[in-house]
Write a protein that binds this ligand. Structure first.
Ligand SMILES: NC(=O)c1ccc[n+]([C@@H]2O[C@H](COP(=O)([O-])OP(=O)(O)OC[C@H]3O[C@@H](n4cnc5c(N)ncnc54)[C@H](O)[C@@H]3O)[C@@H](O)[C@H]2O)c1
Ligand SMILES: CC(C)[C@H](C(=O)O)[C@@H](O)C(=O)O
Ligand SMILES: [Mg+2]
Length: 328
């Protein structure tokens, strides 16, 4: 918020509770007033949810329902999760520097379908008297086609290579996914399409991450692979994301969660949140120069040696933000 305000763009900010804070204040993680404000806003900047105090609540009252509910209610089906190596941070990657250098990939993750929202789901007792949990993985062809189109459009603006990641060797859902992606590909002859099973993709992200340009994948696989990609470029504290609807309205948030293990210590890396604000300016508020100013300030701060603990340094959250502000 300090970085956005420093840009002096005449933005008007309103805030509302979501997640554990909202549950504790009023008994629901996504209060109607919060959803209403989100609907009225031109763009949404989201702080992470997740509160260990709430881990034993029924699923529909858990803090995570705030973000899942917003994504679903607002039709935010397209999740863009870029992972790009900062040259100064190559030493912070979990990978060897020569493998980490030059990573520049975009994960296009479907965000309102898959096993996350499948129905039926629940608990039951088997005939043998055992407790059983079940969730349903599903996609219809329209849901796959619309995210595939966005994947191709995204790849077209990048290096024109799209890798669709699935588990079509086992899952019926993935077999449909792959067929539909191939059908959509007919409209994008200029984009090179490849397919990869998700288990191999997890390995290739570590072995040859520079080989990826644009990835299109389902909700669950995209969730997992994006955390992995963050470690390839240095830290989960670096990766922003955009969740977009069909008209480009969006919600912007770091890919990370509430980091309960370090919460309240003032040491979380704020760059993922700051870079999410830059994505918001670019995609929803049509202020590309302001977005570039933020991204350039982050790059300069890192080049100057600004490091929070996750990057091997000692700056606090606030001090890291100060360093970005100083470079704006
Ligand atoms: N979109 C979201 O709001 C979102 C995303 C992921 C997880 N969650 C929730 O967050 C809670 C914690 O989940 P988790 O621990 O699996 O994931 P997490 O992303 O919160 O943390 C994973 C690890 O990364 C570290 N980390 C995360 N963000 C960091 C940052 N900015 N700077 C430095 N280190 C950082 C944490 O300290 C932790 O060690 C859970 O309740 C989960 O459901 C929410
Ligand atoms: C908190 C959780 C619901 C969420 C997800 O699984 O989508 C998170 O992990 C993310 O990556 O945004
Ligand atoms: Mg996640």
């Amino acid at each position: 918020m300090r970085v956005l305000k420093a840009l002096d763009l005449g933005l008007r900010f309103e805030s509302a509770l979501a997640g554990g804070a909202a549950y504790k204040a009023g008994g629901h993680p996504l209060p109607p007033a919060t959803l209403d404000l989100a609907r009225r806003a031109d763009a949404i900047l989201f702080g992470a949810v997740g509160d260990p105090d709430c881990d034993t609540l029924p699923r529909e009252l858990r803090p995570e329902q705030a973000i899942l509910g917003l994504r679903k209610a607002l039709g935010l089906f397209a999740n863009l999760r870029p992972a790009k190596a900062f040259p100064e941070l190559v030493g912070e990657s979990a990978l060897k520097p020569e493998i980490a250098a030059g990573i520049d990939l975009m994960i296009v993750r479907e965000l309102t379908g898959d096993v996350y929202f499948g129905d039926p789901r629940g608990r039951r007792t088997t005939e043998a008297g055992l407790r059983e949990g079940f969730d349903m993985m599903r996609y219809d062809e329209a849901e796959v086609a619309r995210i595939a189109r966005l994947g191709f459009e995204t790849a077209r603006k990048r290096r024109k290579r799209l890798c669709s990641i699935d588990k079509a060797n086992v899952l019926e859902t993935s077999q449909l996914w792959r067929s539909v992606v191939i059908e959509v590909a007919a409209d994008y002859p200029d984009v090179e399409l490849s397919h990869m099973y998700v288990d191999n993709a997890a390995m290739q992200l570590v072995l040859r991450p520079q080989a990826f340009d644009t990835i299109v994948t389902g909700n669950l696989f995209g969730d997992i692979l994006s955390d992995q990609a963050s470690a390839c470029v240095g830290s989960i504290g670096l990766l922003p994301s955009a969740a977009l609807d069909a008209d480009g309205k969006g919600l912007y948030e770091p890919i990370h969660g509430s980091a309960p293990d370090i919460a309240g210590q003032g040491k979380a890396n704020p760059l993922a949140a700051i870079l999410s604000a830059a994505m918001m300016l670019r995609y929803s508020l049509k202020q590309p120069e302001a977005a570039e100013r933020i991204e350039a300030a982050v790059a300069r701060a890192l080049a100057d040696g600004a490091r929070t603990a996750d990057l091997g340094g000692a700056l606090s959250t606030r001090e890291m933000a100060d360093r970005v502000l100083a470079n704006l």
